[in-house]
Design a protein around this ligand. Sequence first.
Ligand code: ME8
Length: 475
Amino acid sequence: MSQEVYLTTPIYYVNDVPHIGHAYCTLATDTLVRYWRKKIGKENVFFLTGTDENSQKTVDAAKASGKDIPEYLDEMAGIWKSTWDQIGVSYDDFIRTTEKRHWGVVNEVFKKIHGKGDIYKDTYVGKYCTGCEAFIKDSELDEHGYCPHHKRPPQLLEEENYFFRLSKYQDELIKWYKNQPEQLMPDSRRNEVMSFIKSGLEDVSISRETAEFGIPLPIDPKHKVYVWFDALINYYSALQGTKYEHFWESAQHIIGKDIIRFHCVIWPAMLMSAGIELPKNVFAHGFFTIDGVKMSKSLGNVISPLELSEKYGNDALRVGLLSSFEFGNDGDFSLAHFDDFYRTKLSGGVGNLFNRVITLFHKLWDGKKPYIEKSQKSGEGWEERFSQALEKKRVKEALDVFFEMVDACNRHINDVQPWKLDPPDARASMNKLLTMLVTLTDMAEVILPESVVKMRKMLGDDEKVGDAEILFERK
Ligand code: ME8
């Protein structure tokens, strides 16, 4: 069977509109998807994103907006979807957890886990943070007794809950991670998850008695399925009953480090219990701050991806975000740095290079090309380094290879000054540059999906280069 790749992003909460943190994860996944589509063919790749809608946060946000819940959900899901469309996210499917297709599969998975004897009823007494949509232990609260992420006091709850026997899967999970070290990336995250599992797993509540909205629990409809239990199943439910079911065997989840325990402890244990194959890989990326400060509504420093895309274009948004720091690490984002990156690397780097080379061809030989072997490579292993980085999900490293190559070309033009050379030497030098531009254009198909159209036009046909165009307007 041919190789297949199924990549997913988290499904995002719809209590607010997308910010650049969400766009960061979604564009990184989209970039990996584009790489694989190019390498193994579009039909062998499936890309899922969507929205997480059965949560208390959503109910609260709908109430605050004065709308009824379904109307609010449709409006918000529409905003998320159209944001991804506007910034060039090429998802194959967009799942909403309020869809019937999802509820049906959640019911089936729940019944399998119940059938295995892994669900029981008990009273839960504890603290719940609606921001995290999770129970929170006293030891995890900050010095004021607040949730450290949402800076709010959690809600004290005492209710009848159904529990999932997570503790039963502790040894199986340890064995599974030991046997498949590649399963969870980067390494630092695997170590974190392993020590969490080894410290002892407690059973988790998977229903809410007081939730106002959500999927009724199949065995006791007064209760609602806990939002995380329902949400994780989206990756599986989106494929069920479609011709894409077989993609499940190649599932790879891209997530932020904040939701690692749900994806790397609870989710695999749920699948083990239900007798469903486990995902092939989970990659947890880091979080970024804005000018050194956590991005938050109350601080007023939330940046919309649409704002950046309108000013600088979609390709700049993508590579500007993804080259800020290595995928997997934490880092910082600043508008000043982004603007500088645009001017030096895009407008002054790639744009300038393509413009100069094509203009020189017109000046020196009326646009006529030298003969280039179709299979000719640019040498120095750029393509290999670019591919290897993306296969390891080292997105920034791949972008660095691209920009290193752009810089090498620009340096070559400055140092060699082909227009001053004798015609045969000038031909050889321009031949080399054109070959490198072809390689850069191949890479751009993955990382600069909008500009690549102009780049291809500039490269022209077998005989002549096209017209020189502006790739990145000066700002
Ligand atoms: O957690 N830096 O959804 P969510 C980088 N619905 N990435 C960031 C970020 C930042 N500052 N802020 C957010 C949920 N993200 C659940 C997921 S999946 C079955 C359910 C990204 O809307 C990061 O990828 O809170 C993080 O994991 C995700 O947004 C959380 O999105």
